[in-house]
Design a protein around this ligand. Structure first.
Ligand SMILES: Nc1ncnc2c1ncn2[C@@H]1O[C@H](COP(=O)(O)OP(=O)(O)OP(=O)(O)O)[C@@H](O)[C@H]1O
Length: 276
């Protein structure tokens, strides 16, 4: 069953003008409107995510991956204008137009975003366990014992040493901090997790272990995910289907194996060849 459906999603930085869409994108070779200077970070994005499915978004730096993912995760950048339509199973109307409270409720229970930069997602002065507990408290959990038990369970699930639960997150390794972000994202049993560049700042061996953990938990929990990465290896490992972005537009989409083995768009071919 479809969990999330998006159409004509766009995120722009700037005043916008009637030329913005025609003058940007893959054919135009730029994401910046030559007439008004607006950056069309992403536009004309149509996609859907089924329950339990992992959708990958790849593309080079600046292609609009994070902008699209953040729009879908209902993250608001005050400098950006976001348009389009996002519908979500069990909720009426367009998620991009909901009021503050509804967005807060959706963000604390249904859709979790794992930020690319650990500092955006965690309070490093706070304990690792406290960072996870905070998510539960903001979703309305009140019993200290229940919160403590759930945090312990999440630490075990994401393979963080439980004995470190009460240590400040700044004393954790990069891999452990990333796991705390994932534990926090999973805390309220969301239906959808948006992971932005899950391997940023991690050594290669640590990257592989974190991705393996995420893949196991994602499958066990049956949670759907949108995984953003410039690294084709990450998307290949995790994603059932993949979107390829360039200059703010989706230029190719399909089953991950098909996109990797038989890329149709010239840009996807270049991306894949640059890795081989
Ligand atoms: N606050 C801002 N003001 C103006 N332009 C912005 C702002 N934030 C992002 N952009 C622009 O939007 C475009 C898309 O950025 P985005 O971060 O979505 O790309 P990305 O594919 O995720 O890149 P990366 O992999 O480097 O994170 C880029 O051209 C970026 O410079």
């Amino acid at each position: 069953m479809t969990l999330l459906e998006a159409s004509a999603v766009e995120t722009i930085y700037g005043p916008g003008c009637p030329d913005c869409l025609d003058a940007t994108g893959d054919r135009a070779g730029t994401n910046q409107c030559p007439r008004c200077g607006t950056v069309v970070a992403c536009a004309e994005a149509d996609l859907d995510v089924a329950e339990g499915e992992v959708l990958g978004i790849v593309g080079e730096s600046g292609s609009g991956k994070s902008s699209l993912a953040e729009a879908l995760a209902l993250e608001r950048d005050p400098e950006a204008t976001v348009n389009g339509e996002v519908s979500y199973a069990g909720h009426d109307g367009n998620l991009l137009e909901v009021d503050y409270q509804t967005r807060h409720d959706l963000r604390s229970r249904d859709i979790s975003l794992v930020h690319q930069h650990i500092r955006d997602g965690l309070d490093l002065e706070f304990t690792g366990g406290g960072n996870v507990a905070e998510k539960l408290l903001s979703a309305g959990w009140r019993s200290y014992e229940d919160v403590r038990m759930r945090v312990r369970e999440l630490f075990e699930e994401t393979e963080i040493p439980v004995a470190r639960m009460d240590d400040p997150a700044r004393t954790y390794s990069g891999g452990m901090q990333r796991r705390v972000q994932i534990a926090r994202a999973l805390a309220t049993d969301p239906d959808l997790i948006v992971l932005d560049e899950p391997t940023t700042g991690l050594d290669v061996s640590v990257q592989a272990r974190v991705l393996d953990t995420f893949r196991r938990v994602q499958r066990e929990e049956g949670v759907a995910a949108i995984v953003v990465s410039h690294d084709l290896g990450v998307v290949r490992l995790l994603a059932d289907r993949t979107l390829v972005m360039r200059h703010g537009r989706i230029v190719e989409s399909g089953l991950t194996d098909r996109v990797m083995e038989d890329p149709h768009h010239e840009y996807t071919q270049t991306l894949i060849n640059s890795v081989i």
